[in-house]
Design a protein around this ligand. Structure first.
Ligand SMILES: [Zn+2]
Length: 539
């Protein structure tokens, strides 16, 4: 079998509408000079000092007891997901660049999770973890060909059973893999960009008269970088030619990583020097254009922030904000060569795992609280369900509810404070550039400032102290054997108890619209789907 380099497809900017009017005023663009300061963010102290941190990941039931407070009547639930957003580009997470004034202001109305991890380093497994509160090792959604096991319920299914009208507004077709009609989302709108809010407003005014559930998924700041050029130029000089070139080179790289996104996976089970060389060749031009790429990325973050601000303002103008349980998060970050790679999926390092997570509870309850213990996106669903009093459904959840902490209730005693927060599975066994050092299966464990990454195939461990070494440069596994052993034990116990559904069951073929959308985002090679099928038939 011979693999050839994909030719860089000419990148053309797609038509990017200005954000539609969401509050009756035409978009005019605001200054990107941000006011990043968030007024009076309170440090939430009650119960923090004595409360044990996260529970053992091997406990099958939810590790924190449901709150003892009475359940709230069904609130409206909005999951607003900004794809590919690194926490360190957000003001309230430490960025000084003023990219996210809207998010920073929103944080004051929310509970802010300072140490939230994506549960996987790329979209499909991450959003499946978010909407089922299970890890990739259990839900098995690791490739384009994966299907969600029927017995796992999604958040949408549970909320639909509570009478919520639900809809998805997404610019990333992976959403359709977990949020379709039979999964509790009868209305599904895929559009790029998602910021053309007309459909949202139309649906909202028709369907959202009582409790509703919306899952909004933007693709900014994911490639291709497509915000208006005059907007981008507030952050640095970038010509149309430079933008086109950067998008083409990024696409070329992602298309030449025959990785989990590709249907060829079943044919690529061995390490290949040839494929590693192709990946390296496609990556080679990126470092030289890293300044341009960072400007484009930052501008895209600011663009996403502006549009988030309009969405929230719309809910406020409609008088629905107070009743809304609104979750803002990202599904994973983005790497700019911090550990030798670009884009996402290739590791469990912080540039890919550390994501913003903030939750606005109805009537501003707990506003200003900060959670500094490690959280994971698998915690979002149990926290929502606990708030709503959906106790029976908590049994599926591998994450924890943070409500007992927020309410200052004593948590159940727990011998282990370390927990698994993320899983990476290179299902294709073909991310060749990193395969020899990272293997195919990695488990991330957090305990306070400690973070361990277990390489299951090689049975090796990396250990980092994130407070002292946020960039994960000094592996302390040998220097602190005791901590390494403690975290490794948690990872191994987790694997022993997981259902191991990877690589998972095979789903139906992608429909044409989804395939087109995913190709536009760089996930699929030009002939990936067909070639994989032909090759499979030949075997
Ligand atoms: Zn994503």
């Amino acid at each position: 079998m011979r693999f050839t380099l994909y030719r860089a497809r000419e990148w053309k900017p797609s038509r990017v509408p200005r954000p539609a009017m969401v509050n009756g005023t035409e978009y005019s663009g605001t200054s990107a000079r941000a006011v990043a300061a968030v007024a009076n963010l309170l440090v939430f102290a009650a119960g923090v000092a004595t409360w044990t941190s996260a529970g053992s990941p091997v406990v099958r039931a939810q590790s924190s007891p449901p709150s003892t407070q009475p359940a709230h009547r069904t609130p409206s639930v909005v999951i607003y997901l900004i794809d590919t957003l690194r926490a360190d580009r957000v003001g309230v997470y430490g960025s000084k660049d003023g990219l996210t004034p809207k998010m920073d202001a929103l944080a004051a109305e929310c509970v802010l999770f300072e140490q939230a991890s994506a549960a996987a380093p790329w979209t499909l497994p991450s959003i499946t973890s978010l909407f089922t509160s299970t890890f990739l090792t259990e839900h098995g959604m690791g490739t384009t060909a994966s299907a969600l096991p029927d017995e796992l319920k999604t958040l949408g299914q549970i909320l639909a059973a509570r009478g919520c009208r639900s809809a998805v507004f997404t610019a990333n077709a992976w959403s359709g893999r977990i949020a379709d009609a039979k999964r509790g989302y009868p209305r599904y709108f895929v559009q790029k960009p998602v910021y053309d809010w007309n459909r949202w407003q139309e649906w909202f005014s028709r369907e959202a008269k009582s409790a509703f559930h919306a899952y909004v998924h933007t693709t900014e700041p994911h490639i291709p970088y497509s915000a208006p050029l005059d907007f981008i130029n507030r952050f640095g000089p970038v010509t149309e030619e430079q933008r086109k070139d950067a998008n083409e080179k990024m696409f070329n790289y992602v298309r030449n990583r025959p990785h989990a996104f590709d249907r060829r996976e079943s044919t690529l089970t061995q390490f290949s020097e040839e494929l590693a060389a192709i990946e390296a060749e496609a990556m080679a031009p990126l470092p030289a254009m890293s300044t341009t790429i960072r400007v484009l990325y930052d501008a895209h973050v600011a663009w996403a922030d502006e549009n988030l601000g309009r969405f929230v303002q719309y809910l406020k103008d409609q008088g629905r904000w107070d009743d809304c349980l609104f979750v803002l998060l990202s599904d994973h970050g983005e790497e700019f060569a911090e550990h030798g790679g670009w884009m996402h999926a290739q590791s469990l390092h912080e540039e890919l795992l550390h994501v913003p997570l903030m939750i606005h509870f109805p009537r501003g309850e707990f506003a200003g609280a900060k959670i500094s213990d490690p959280a994971s996106l698998v915690d979002v669903m149990p926290t929502i369900l606990d708030y709503m009093g959906c106790r029976a459904e908590l049994a599926q959840c591998r994450g924890r509810s943070w409500l007992p902490r927020l309410r200052g209730e004593p948590a159940a005693p727990d011998a282990s404070t370390a927990r698994v927060v993320a899983v990476r599975h290179n299902t294709s066994r073909a991310d060749h550039l990193f395969r020899r050092t990272r293997g195919n299966l990695n488990i991330a464990v957090r305990e306070g400032p400690w973070k361990a990454i277990w390489n299951v195939d090689l049975d090796s461990l990396e250990l980092y102290h994130l407070q002292r070494d946020p960039r994960e440069q000094a592996n302390l596994a040998s220097a602190d054997e005791e901590t390494a052993k403690r975290l490794l034990t948690v990872a191994k116990r987790f694997m022993k108890n997981e259902k191991r559904r990877v690589p998972g069951r095979v789903a139906e073929k992608l429909d044409r619209k989804s395939e087109e959308n995913l190709r536009e985002l760089g996930y699929l090679g030009d002939d990936a789907g067909n070639r994989g099928e032909k090759e499979n038939r030949r075997q």
